[in-house]
Design a protein around this ligand. Structure first.
Ligand SMILES: Cc1ncc(COP(=O)(O)O)c(C=O)c1O
Length: 471
């Protein structure tokens, strides 16, 4: 590996980025301390949405008339919330996507960690078509069999006793915020001011609505919309001492944490850190909420990411991959928490509709299979080996990290030129962190051959970074 070392770590100490089970680190001696520990990054970004508006002429490939027309129409009628890549996608099959001009792309984005079964999985399509032909939506005024079956299934395969469905990740966190507040009020009914505050962490991303946004660390996302929900304290991710000093009985209602941070730059918690959160919450009477919206449901090779650390939350939020591409969110919790919630406390018109729930059952049925999960672990290890083999010699690659098929490649420069070059070469990847991390979250069904292809394209495109100034 020339100047680079490959190391693997145990999930037992407190450094934020280095102690993930199965993590491989490219350690360039001149850039890290003698202890080999790295200073955690302090901010996060939904980098895929924050880079400059795509300029069709800036990409190496010519843009077709149809692509140009779609981009221009979008530019003239849409609120400018997204900086999209200059690509109009038309169809997908497995891990391949096709644009309107018939070009093929290998998808290492999975719709931002959503399409775990890839595009057009036959069992998923069958479930959707069958259910669309039977019953799509009825509202939560009534019962439906797919909703109840999915709820039962989620309870059976998790720590939880009860479930609540929403339509997205941010809504799942919004519900978790309300449940935590109501739990404290219910438990301390005789107190005038029960705990209402929250603790969240640097690099966190929990969503865009006012409560979830308040828990999201990046100021750039929050400041333009203040006042957001008050009472949130941010602590450095992984900092046990700071946490112990901050959590307060009678003040802290809940602690929100991603066991593996996605948007923030693919940083993993450690067993010690999560265990400290668990103990701190128990001692202070606060709830521990794991946001597994990006890292959950098989992506780490464990059904739930927290299983890798052996620490159990009071509430877990899910969304992205659960319905295989249809919008869904879920809050899983214990009987103790759910006892505080009464009818009318929360709800949604669309959530848990028969169509999405039937689709989610098709997803869950496949992903929860031990052989499927073992395949994710194996492919995750192979991907990291390939990346280290093929990219390890580059001066721009500082670290390869992640667990299962949520993998980050930290660079010493901004990643967007590499993302653009890969796209021109037929490979779709995302960024994360401060825009300096390549994020790979492919469909979980990806083959080893496709992983080899992805690593090879990344290798071929790396020289594009030579023209960029290091961070
Ligand atoms: C960890 C985490 N939580 C919450 C969200 C918000 O989910 P959604 O975009 O579905 O609202 C995201 C989205 O990227 C996420 O990664």
């Amino acid at each position: 590996m020339n100047s680079l070392q490959l190391q693997s770590f145990q999930a037992s100490s407190i450094s934020s980025a280095t102690d993930l089970p199965g993590l491989f680190r490219l350690q360039r001696a001149r850039r890290v301390s003698s202890a080999g520990l790295r200073i955690p990054r302090v901010s996060s970004c939904l980098a895929s949405e924050t880079k400059k508006k795509a300029d069709p002429s800036s990409s190496g490939k010519p843009v077709s008339k149809e692509t140009k027309e779609v981009m221009e129409t979008e530019g003239s009628v849409f609120v400018r919330t997204y900086a999209r890549a200059p690509l109009v996608l038309k169809s997908g099959r497995g891990c391949k996507l096709y644009d309107v001009d018939g070009r093929e792309y290998l998808d290492m984005t999975a719709g931002i960690a959503v399409n775990s079964l890839g595009h057009g999985d036959p069992d998923w399509v069958k479930a959707v078509v069958e259910q669309a032909n039977t019953l799509t939506h009825v509202s939560n005024v009534f019962y439906s069999v797919p909703q109840v079956t999915l709820g039962k299934c989620l309870v059976e395969c998790s720590f939880a006793d009860r479930v609540f469905f929403s339509n997205s990740g941010t809504e799942a966190n919004e519900a978790a915020i309300k449940f935590a507040r109501k739990f404290q009020r219910y438990l301390h009914a005789d107190e005038k001011h029960p705990a209402t505050e929250f603790i969240a962490f640097t690099n966190s991303f929990h969503g865009r609505t006012m409560g979830a946004l308040a828990l999201t660390s990046k100021e750039q996302y929050r400041l333009p919309f203040e006042p957001v929900m008050p009472g949130v304290t941010f602590i450095e991710y992984g900092n046990i001492e700071e946490f112990k000093k901050t959590i307060k009985s009678g003040k802290t209602a809940a602690v929100f944490v991603e066991p593996i941070q996605g948007e923030g730059g693919i940083y993993s918690a450690t067993k010690d850190f999560l265990q400290t959160l668990r103990t701190g919450c128990d001692d202070a009477g606060a709830l521990l909420v794991f946001d597994e919206i990006q890292c959950g449901l098989g992506r780490t090779g464990h059904l739930w990411a927290h299983e890798a650390f052996g620490v159990t939350p009071d509430i877990m939020t899910l969304a992205k991959p659960l319905a295989g591409g249809l919008p869904i969110g879920a809050v899983l919790t214990t009987e103790r928490v759910a006892a505080a919630i009464s009818s009318g406390d929360h709800g949604s018109t669309f959530a848990g509709a028969p169509l999405v729930c039937h689709a989610a059952l098709a997803v869950l049925d496949k992903i929860r299979e031990p052989s499927f999960l073992a395949g994710v672990t194996k492919k995750g290890l192979y991907l990291k080996e390939l990346l280290i083999q093929k990219l390890g010699d580059s001066q721009h690659v500082k670290e390869v990290r992640g667990l299962g098929l949520i993998v980050g490649i930290e660079l010493d420069v901004q990643a967007s030129p590499l993302v653009d070059a890969c796209r021109d070469a037929g490979l779709l990847v995302l960024t994360a962190g401060k825009g300096n991390v390549i994020r790979l979250v492919p469909p979980l069904i990806i083959s080893e051959k496709e992983l080899e292809q992805a690593a090879e394209v990344l290798r071929e495109c790396l020289p594009v970074l030579d023209a960029n100034i290091p961070n």
